[in-house]
Ligand binder design. Structure first.
Ligand SMILES: Nc1ncnc2c1ncn2[C@@H]1O[C@H](COP(=O)(O)OP(=O)(O)OP(=O)(O)O)[C@@H](O)[C@H]1O
Ligand SMILES: [Mg+2]
Length: 586
């Protein structure tokens, strides 16, 4: 019989429950308030006292209120029909709701169980299968959605019966399987999985080695992200975290994007709702929403559902990875999730760690990031989950616990700089502070040298060294004045400005400049290196700045022109003229 209990204490969203039977950590329970069933999750068990975080308001709930335990963990339903959906952290379908905010005690089904899907079997009677293997497929939007053996099965199963090709809904049985103990199981196209448990149905997880093209030059050229990699974007208030993530979500070369808007302002979420469905996917020409799933929690929803939302997003991403897809998951902002953990920990009066975050914050963040990865599936196909989260450190202080803990686990670091944001150098990623540890791997360097050209990594080092020199010279000029340093220093400084304005900065609001394909990035790198390699021999620093401002101006117009179209070649010719004029003077 299911365990029941009575509420003995309430502190905001945390309730204590006296129970009579067994309860497990993270078990879901329902508070039976009037005729509502209010969802809560067990977060600590202390003999017969249970602490549970309530996913909705606890308004009106009294001590003594009856609680029923479900015997299940917080789970998501996995099956066809998730693409294009907007869910909250508990996988309520927000489009299925009357308005954005869910009425208390109600839920909205995650999947449409009556909708028919054209099923095509991929295996036959007598085949032996195990968790995550593909039984069949249906067409979901533009994705061949694989119908898999539910992840919960640990044992090998034999197929007794598999449905013929045809139309089925989510309630219909599409396969009957048997384990070696002779137990039979009827499978439909949908199953559930606990969100806090990583899905491990792949054969092997390997070190990421393939670049994931984002179209953002400062990322792809200087700090590339890998398929199955992890990255994070820390940045103070208003530095451009959300704009950067949205740009990545629209242009990255992924099969499927999961966007987790976690505790963000309601107006940004409304923007996601209204703007996203309208956008065209620049890669396929279809609607962007067709490859997107949005999980959103605004800051006015209870804190507990923010925590759930990152896990829900990750589980959905892992599910699609098992189909052999390239999945990208973006979470904005993971700080709000950490704050939810902090609130709960404080309410439970646990011993606080730094800045009152829970002592195990680092472990929680590390475990979460570890769920991303590049995997080989049992059928030798690959699938990946790439995770990029934003962090909003208070006052832009990167020494705070969430940034520090994330820095330990994420392999790519895209630090947004306040001074770059203040001077409108967007995306405000600091070229010198940021890094991609993937560049330390031989296989990654080799791959980049193959995709771009054999000299690629050394070319990028040359550009970086000009940027670093330029920064030093800027500091020197700041102290000594313009005429306190040799004219050649001005020339180096302005070369670094050309790289900054043309490669690092990118206009998210221009339809061409917003995303640069790798082939064009290679062209840009070669062009800028050739500009930087030349000696301009000016005799006065003022002439240096006047000249390079013209160069920057033409190159900016070039960035706004479609690659190798007529406007583009016109700008190229203008640039050559300007550079050659200078050559002739020498
Ligand atoms: N790439 C960009 N190009 C042009 N403008 C940008 C760019 N990135 C950010 N901005 C400007 O900066 C503003 C703030 O950006 P954004 O909302 O992304 O910041 P944020 O870091 O998410 O802030 P918060 O901490 O408040 O969530 C934008 O409204 C926009 O005007
Ligand atoms: Mg933001």
């Amino acid at each position: 019989m299911a365990t029941t209990g009575k509420i003995s204490g309430i502190v905001s969203n945390l309730v204590t429950i006296s129970v009579t039977g067994p309860v497990v950590q993270n078990e879901i329970c329902y508070i039976m308030y009037k005729d509502l069933r209010i969802l809560a999750e067990v977060i600590r068990i202390d003999k017969n006292q249970v602490f549970a975080q309530v996913f909705e308001s606890t308004r009106g709930i009294k001590t003594g209120t009856h609680v029923e335990f479900s015997g299940r963990l917080l789970e998501v339903e996995l099956g066809p029909g998730m693409l294009t959906k907007v869910y909250d952290g508990l996988q309520n379908n927000l489009y299925g709701m009357e308005n954005l905010f869910i009425t208390r005690g109600l839920s909205s089904p995650a999947l449409d169980v009556d909708r028919k899907w054209g099923f095509k079997p991929l295996c036959k009677t007598g085949d032996e299968v195990s968790a995550g293997e593909w039984l069949g497929e249906v067409q979901e939007g533009w994705i061949r959605h694989k119908i898999m053996v539910p992840f919960r099965f640990k044992e090998k199963l034999k197929i007794l019966r598999i449905a013929d090709e045809g139309e089925y809904n989510l309630k219909e049985i599409i396969a009957v399987v048997k384990n070696d103990k002779g137990q039979e199981f009827s499978l439909t196209m949908v199953f559930s999985w606990p969100v806090k448990r990583a899905v491990r149905v792949h054969k092997e997880k390997i070190r990421p080695y393939k670049i994931l093209e984002t179209g953002i030059r400062i990322i792809d050229i200087f700090n590339p992200m890998m398929e199955g990699g992890t990255g994070f974007i820390p940045g103070a208030f208003g530095c451009g975290k959300t704009v950067l993530q949205h740009t990545i979500s629209k242009h990255a070369d992924a099969d499927l994007i999961v966007v987790v808007a976690c505790g963000e302002r309601a107006n940004e979420v409304v923007e996601l709702f209204t703007e996203f469905p309208e956008l065209d996917d620049p890669r396929t020409g279809r609607k962007l929403m067709e490859r997107t799933i949005i999980i959103c929690n605004t800051s006015n929803m209870p804190v507990a559902s923010r925590e759930a939302s990152v896990y829900t997003g990750m589980t959905i991403a892992e599910y699609y990875r098992a189909m052999g897809l390239k999945v990208l998951i973006l979470a904005d902002s993971t700080s709000r999730w950490a704050q939810a953990l902090r609130e709960m920990s404080n309410r439970m009066e646990e011993l606080p760690g730094p800045d009152a975050y829970p002592m195990d914050l680092s472990a929680i963040i590390a475990n979460f990031y570890a769920r991303a990865g590049f995997t080989w599936l049992k059928n030798h196909k690959s699938g990946s989950v790439t995770f990029i989260g934003t962090v909003s450190p208070a006052g832009g202080n990167f020494k705070e616990p969430v940034t520090e803990a994330t820095r330990k686990v994420a392999r790519a670091f895209y630090a947004l700089s306040q001074s770059r944001a203040d001077s409108k150098r967007y995306p405000a990623i600091d070229p010198i502070e940021s890094y991609s540890k993937y560049l330390e791997y031989d296989e990654v360097r080799q791959q980049l040298n193959t995709i771009f050209d054999i000299q690629w990594t050394s070319k990028i080092s040359q550009l970086m060294s000009i940027l670093i020199k330029g920064k030093d010279i800027k500091d020197q000029i700041g102290i000594l004045g313009d005429d306190g340093v040799p004219v050649e220093y001005h020339e180096i400084y302005w070369k670094s400005e050309v790289i900054d304005f043309i490669l690092l900065q990118q206009d998210s609001f221009d339809k061409v400049d917003v995303s640069t394909p790798l082939i064009r990035q290679k062209y840009m790198v070669d062009l800028l290196l050739s500009i930087c390699a030349q000696n301009y021999n000016f005799d006065h620093y003022e002439k240096v700045s006047t000249y390079f401002k013209k160069v920057i101006n033409i190159l900016k117009q070039l960035n706004y022109s479609e690659f190798q179209k007529s406007d583009f070649t016109k700008r190229e010719a203008e640039l050559n003229l300007l550079i050659n004029e200078r050559k002739n003077i020498l």
